[in-house]
Design a protein around this ligand. Structure first.
Ligand code: CAA
Length: 304
């Protein structure tokens, strides 16, 4: 039997946090969006409003549903206030293990004892996260994909001790959100990033070795394999720091050299070339422009 959920707290209001808040609010849930920074919360509300406007413009939702959904989102900077009446918490803070463990200790302390604690982690062990709480049966992974309002998948990750009833609840909830859930077990990178990140890392290695340029690598994967974005553009979209840290988790977790992050990836992260969020990665991004321009560091040869 699955459990009834009405009030959902989302921890973190960055790209993933605001996307997750958007989707819950649009599907009738009361959302409490929590961040330590009120400025980040204000910015997230503007982003959610703009993303809902896109859906209104396409006729996917009505203006009335947008207004009702926005009214269902409240913001908090205090953790205790944000979670004390919640049925579910979805943590979407920065991908840093110490930070997440600290957040889960507080969630365990301040949320009702029957509240489910989910993490949107893309690679950190759910079993490890659950171990700092007194309710490991109620800790689960709920891994949304970016952009959350668009991408259909929710990868559900069972920790070693996750209760079957909690998995069933999160499965049904994901369907209620219009998503397609897939349940996997707690191994490094789960399924999504165990497969996606080595592909991205391999494309960085191919670039590093001079096998082909940025444009060629991305075009081959876009047109040859029908990927919506090439792997290097996708790496920029995800953030090169995130890609690097997930490769590190795979490398440490499996102890296999085949997962070692590419040196070029490491260098770009060290130098602050993180992709879209820093303005440059494999491509250079100009605010307001949708044109995809390869970074001058990787300028292609002219054949024409
Ligand atoms: N909110 C609402 N709608 C949005 C949106 C958002 N944040 N972002 C894009 N859209 C909508 C647009 O309105 C547009 O709708 P229509 O086609 O109906 O008009 C549609 O999505 C496509 O957007 P664009 O026309 O702007 O651009 P596009 O066609 O290039 O698509 C994309 C953009 C959906 C991001 C597409 O390029 C894509 O699917 N890329 C791959 C995304 C991906 O792989 N995500 C997973 C990353 S990995 C991850 O998240 C997890 C991890 O652990 C690392």
């Amino acid at each position: 039997m699955s459990l009834k959920l009405n009030t959902v707290t989302v921890i973190g209001s960055g790209t993933m946090g605001n996307g997750i808040s958007h989707v819950f609010a649009q599907h009738g849930f009361n959302v409490r969006m929590m961040d330590i920074n009120q400025g980040a919360l204000d910015k997230a509300l503007v982003t959610i409003g703009k993303n809902m406007d896109r859906l209104v413009a396409k006729g996917s939702i009505t203006e009335q549903l947008k207004q009702e959904s926005m009214a269902r989102i409240s913001t908090y900077t205090n953790m205790e206030e944000a979670v004390k009446e919640s049925d579910l918490v979805v943590e979407a803070a920065t991908e840093n293990i110490e930070l997440k463990l600290n957040i889960f200790r507080q969630l365990d302390q301040f949320s009702p004892s029957n509240c489910i604690l989910a993490s949107n982690t893309s690679s950190i062990s759910l079993t490890r996260i659950a171990s700092v709480t007194k309710r490991p049966g109620k800790v689960i992974g709920m891994h949304f994909m970016n952009p959350v309002p668009v991408m259909k998948l929710v990868e559900i990750i069972n920790g070693y001790g996750t209760d079957a009833e909690v998995t069933e609840t999160i499965y049904k909830l994901s369907e209620q959100l219009g998503k397609v859930p897939c349940v996997v077990n707690d191994y490094p990178g789960f399924i999504s990033n165990r497969i996606l990140m080595p592909m991205i890392n391999e494309s960085v290695l191919a670039l590093q070795e001079g096998v082909a340029g940025v444009q060629e690598i991305d075009t081959i994967m876009k047109l040859g394999m029908a990927h919506p974005m090439g792997p290097l553009q996708l790496a920029d979209f995800i953030g090169l720091d995130t890609c690097y840290s997930i490769m590190h988790v795979l490398h440490m977790g499996f102890g296999n050299q085949k997962y070692a992050p590419a040196t070029l990836l490491a260098n770009m992260v060290q130098a602050g070339y993180l992709g879209v969020k820093s303005g440059e990665g494999f491509y250079k991004y100009t605010p307001g422009s949708k044109e995809l321009v390869v970074s001058s560091r990787f300028a292609s040869r002219e054949w024409k």
